[in-house]
Design a protein around this ligand. Structure first.
Ligand code: G
Ligand code: G
Ligand code: MN
Ligand code: NA
Length: 259
């Protein structure tokens, strides 16, 4: 239908834009960075979320140039945050990668080029890959991620806890961050939360920390959730309680308040 025919030229027409959702340190509440979330301002349908077009972009191959564009914009934005107020501390940028981007041979070189061109250090970038994309991943798939990790780029396992991956498998993956799926956060709605859910999160956090992985929680909507997840030892949080995804200027304001 309409989206299928208009997607291939949307990039050239400049119809995509990026919103940023802050990542907040649970210990002190400071803004540490943001996740880049792409949107499509469609001339007829208005603003479309990634769920409406990423699957189509993956199917048609547009995800490779679109993903490269998202990465470049996001790294440029990280540079602007740094230039505009270094007093807020370095703000890191998280960018989502589709499985198709992992198999594209240009991924490592494109990433290196973008970081160099923008003058941004690799450790200011975190690439998010879903747990399901890495289940059963062979060495060929992991090689580019390993090279990026060796350069200092963080790799996060997104939607962790939904993909039924073997926990022992984590040792094999070049990841440094687990992003706990929103479903765990939702079960922290009541205070005190369900004791079994508490034990599960506690176990994941303890395993993650013993493997030197940081834990980020998604979908935090209330202060009670934030407090329980902080007590459970989670490191960083993201969610509507702190801020909805928004324009990059919003991050300046949020980061400056804490600085
Ligand atoms: O933006 P929203 O909050 O609706 O995000 C929905 C999903 O879309 C998230 O799971 C996110 O990982 C994915 N997503 C957002 N931006 C990008 C992107 O630039 N590339 C890819 N591959 N996925 C994205
Ligand atoms: O990459 P990922 O699937 O994690 O993308 C995050 C998605 O979660 C985006 O669609 C974003 O808009 C959404 N989101 C972010 N914060 C919250 C929240 O606090 N509650 C809910 N329900 N969704 C959120
Ligand atoms: Mn994500
Ligand atoms: Na997620």
């Amino acid at each position: 239908h309409g989206l299928t025919t208009s997607l291939p030229t949307a990039l050239d027409r400049g119809e995509f834009f990026i919103e940023y959702q802050p990542l907040v340190h649970l210990g002190d509440g400071s803004v540490r960075g943001a996740e880049a979330l792409v949107r499509w301002l469609h001339p007829q349908h208005g603003v479309l979320g990634p769920d409406r077009f990423i699957p189509l972009a993956e199917h048609t191959g547009l995800i490779v140039p679109l993903g490269r564009w998202v990465l470049e914009q996001s790294v440029r934005q990280a540079r602007q945050w740094r230039d505009r107020h270094s007093d807020a501390g370095p703000l890191r940028i998280n960018v989502n990668l589709s499985p198709c981007q992992l198999t594209h041979p240009g991924l490592v070189q494109d990433t290196v080029d973008i970081l160099e061109r923008m003058g941004v250090a690799p450790d200011a970038l975190c690439l998010e890959v879903t747990e399901s994309a890495l289940i059963g991943a062979d060495d060929d798939l992991l090689k580019p991620l390993r090279r990026l990790a060796e350069m200092g780029v963080d790799i996060a396992l997104d939607d962790f806890g939904t993909g039924y991956s073997n926990l022992a498998n984590l040792r094999r993956l070049p990841v440094s961050v687990l992003k706990l799926d929103r479903s765990f956060t939702q079960s922290m709605q009541q205070f005190p939360a369900d004791p079994v859910d508490l034990k599960i999160v506690e176990g994941i956090v303890s395993l993650a920390h013993s493997l030197n992985l940081a834990v980020t929680v998604e979908g935090v909507e209330t202060g009670a959730q934030a407090e329980q997840l902080r007590i459970l030892g989670c490191d960083t949080a993201q969610g509507w309680y702190y801020a909805r995804p928004g324009p990059p200027e919003r991050l300046h304001e949020l980061a400056l308040v804490d600085a």
